[in-house]
Each structure stands twice: as structure tokens, then as C-alpha cells.
Design a protein around this ligand. Structure first.
Ligand SMILES: Cc1cc2nc3c(=O)[nH]c(=O)nc-3n(C[C@H](O)[C@H](O)[C@H](O)COP(=O)(O)O)c2cc1C
Length: 323
């Protein structure tokens, strides 16, 4: 078959594929909601629809995703260049959250350097969901947090003298990620929910108690999380990015930053001979409410479960052929 023939065959297949037609009448319940919108809300909706229509998708339909993505995209690009031109006049927001007046647990600052060559760490990294049940050492938890997401210095920037530098790269140096921690079994640390203050290298107690099943309750089909020594929650405060990049791009950058930070943590855990696994299988609302986050300005993006690894190989590892 020539390329031309292939093209026309493909066009025929596409033509004959069933299209899901958009409903041509507004559902009565929606119609009522539309009538009840305040005039300002109607304006927002019209503005978004107008922008979405300009960039409508290939099949011409306008669904919720097209409206939000295209609406935000256009809206954002206009504002963004204005914001960029004025960035030198602005002062960056605070980049560190603090739980004032809560109990603090100072973490160690010195630990043995990681001797394992990075090539070996990368090759031996795997997701582990089997944990021994023995207590995780205080030193290893300190090393894990410090190496993977600690502060490594500071420099003047954005009209501030004290912009910290972290052990992972962050967009614009604005470090929108916050790390929360459920401690299940760590030596010398009571069970409970904590916030990791990278700038003070300490854990700030949010609530004491057994959170094993409260975490599982937010993560359907992840009962094994109850056995992890600690579960680390990576959340994003997008307001730190939004003053520079605007909402639309900040939302994307926040996820990129989490990816970078979580992989750092996964590799450091491997180098420390700990088991770890990233988890996205959670209920957003339940988890944000457990951590006390509003889910808009600050929301959970990913979990990293860590612990003393059970040597038993997971089914997946059994069948993995390492090169
Ligand atoms: C962003 C992300 C989210 C993940 N979410 C889950 C999850 O919800 N539950 C889980 O058991 N594993 C999760 N994983 C782990 C993957 O299942 C795992 O990386 C994959 O099976 C490959 O195995 P490996 O990490 O051992 O190479 C996630 C991994 C990534 C990168």
C-alpha cells in the first residue's frame, strides 16, 4: 500500500469511528443552576467559554477540560508577561511554613556520607511495599530528610536576603513543596503527624497518635501503608509560584517539583538501604483534610512510604530481569 493509500484508509477509519455527540439540550438541573449564577460568575463562565472556543479541540467539542485548560492558558499568558516584566520590583513571599508554638524534634545534622556510587543506587532502586516492622533509626530518618529535601545554603534573590537553596532543584528557586510525615515506628519519635521544617531541620508536631489506619483510610487498597515506618506526604503551596508564574503554569510546575523531590527521596532511601514507594492512589479530599490543607492553595501531590525493607522479594521483583 502506498503512503497515499494508507492515508486515505486511515481517514476512512476515522470518519467511520463513532463520535460521542455532545448533548444538544441543556439538562433541566443545569439550566436552573445557570439561571442562579451571579452576574460576576456568568462573566467568568462567558470569558472561559469564549477563550475555549478560540482553541477548540480537533473534534470540535467543548468539554470541561477544554474550557478550563484553554481558558486558563490564554488568561495566563496575558498576565504572565506583565508579571515577568515587573518581577524585579516584587518581593518573594515567605517560602517556609512554620507551626508556631508546637513541639519540635531537632533532627541530626551529621551522618555518615553515602558511599554507594550513584550508578549502583540507580540500578538497585525499586518500589518496596514490604516492611520488616522493626523501628527505623532516628539517624536514617534524619539523613533521608536532610539529603533528599534539606536546605543547603541561601542567597539574595527577589528583593530578599534569605532565599534558601535546597538539595533538589525547584522552579525559580521558589520551593513550593512542603513535607508532612506520619511516624508509625521510628526510634525516639512518638507516633503522630509532623511537618518537616527544612530551614530549622526539625519535625514540628501537628498531632500525636496512631495514624496508621487513618492514612490507609485515605488510600484505598493500600493496606500495606500501615506497615511503613513513616509515610511522607509531598504537598505544594502554589501561591509561592503563582506570584511569578501565574496560576496555570504554577499548577504544572508544582507537579514537576514534586516529581523531582520524590525521585531524590526514592534514591536517597535506596542508598540508605531503606525500602520506599511513591503512592498517588489516595483520595484528595480525605488526605488534604487529614493534613489540614485547604486543597486549593496547598494540596497533597504524592506520598512516599519508607521503612526497613523486608528482604522477601515482591512478585514484581521476582520477575524483573536486571541488566
Ligand atoms: C507518580 C507515581 C505514582 C505511583 N503511585 C503508586 C501507587 O499509588 N501505589 C503503588 O503501589 N505504587 C505506585 N507507584 C509505584 C509504581 O507502581 C512503580 O514505580 C512501578 O510499578 C514500577 O516499579 P519499580 O518502581 O520497582 O521500578 C507510583 C509511581 C509513581 C512514579
Amino acid at each position: 500500500m502506498t503512503i497515499k493509500e494508507e492515508k486515505s484508509a486511515a481517514a476512512e477509519i476515522l470518519e467511520s469511528a463513532p463520535h460521542s455527540e455532545p448533548p444538544n439540550a441543556v439538562e433541566p438541573a443545569l439550566l436552573q443552576e445557570l439561571e442562579e449564577l451571579e452576574s460576576q460568575e456568568q462573566q467568568v463562565l462567558c470569558e472561559f467559554l469564549k477563550r475555549a472556543k478560540r482553541n477548540r479541540s480537533v473534534n470540535g467539542h467543548i468539554d470541561e477540560l477544554t474550557v478550563v485548560v484553554n481558558g486558563l492558558k490564554e488568561y495566563q499568558m496575558e498576565g504572565e508577561w506583565r508579571a515577568f516584566r515587573k518581577i524585579n520590583e516584587k518581593i518573594a513571599p515567605d517560602l517556609h511554613k512554620e507551626f508556631i508554638g508546637t513541639e519540635k524534634i531537632q533532627l541530626k545534622t551529621t551522618f555518615p556520607p553515602i558511599a554507594e556510587p550513584i550508578s549502583e543506587v540507580i540500578k538497585s532502586r525499586t518500589s518496596s511495599r514490604d516492611f520488616k516492622g522493626t523501628a527505623l533509626s532516628f539517624e536514617k530518618l534524619s539523613a533521608l530528610l536532610n539529603y533528599s529535601c534539606g536546605v543547603r545554603g541561601s542567597m539574595p534573590a527577589y528583593n530578599r536576603r534569605d532565599i534558601t537553596l535546597r538539595n533538589f532543584p525547584t522552579p525559580g528557586g521558589l520551593q513550593c513543596t512542603e513535607f508532612y510525615l506520619v511516624v508509625n515506628k521510628v526510634k525516639d519519635i512518638d507516633q503522630g503527624l509532623y511537618h518537616y521544617s527544612s530551614i530549622k531541620n526539625c519535625l514540628e508536631l501537628i498531632e500525636q497518635g496512631n495514624f496508621r489506619w487513618r492514612v490507609v483510610n485515605c488510600c484505598p487498597q493500600h493496606e500495606w501503608l500501615a506497615e511503613a515506618n513513616a509515610v511522607i506526604f509531598i504537598a505544594s503551596d502554589i501561591s509561592r509560584l503563582a506570584w511569578k508564574y501565574g496560576a496555570y503554569r504554577s499548577y504544572r510546575l508544582a507537579h514537576l517539583e514534586t516529581g523531582v523531590a520524590s525521585q531524590n527521596m526514592h534514591l536517597v532511601a535506596t542508598a540508605l538501604e531503606l525500602g520506599s514507594c511513591m503512592v498517588f492512589g489516595f483520595d484528595d479530599e480525605r488526605l488534604d483534610s487529614l493534613l489540614g490543607l485547604d486543597g486549593l492553595q496547598e494540596f497533597t501531590v504524592l506520598l512516599v512510604a519508607v521503612g526497613n525493607k523486608e528482604d522477601r522479594k515482591s512478585l514484581m521483583q521476582e520477575f524483573t530481569v536486571r541488566k
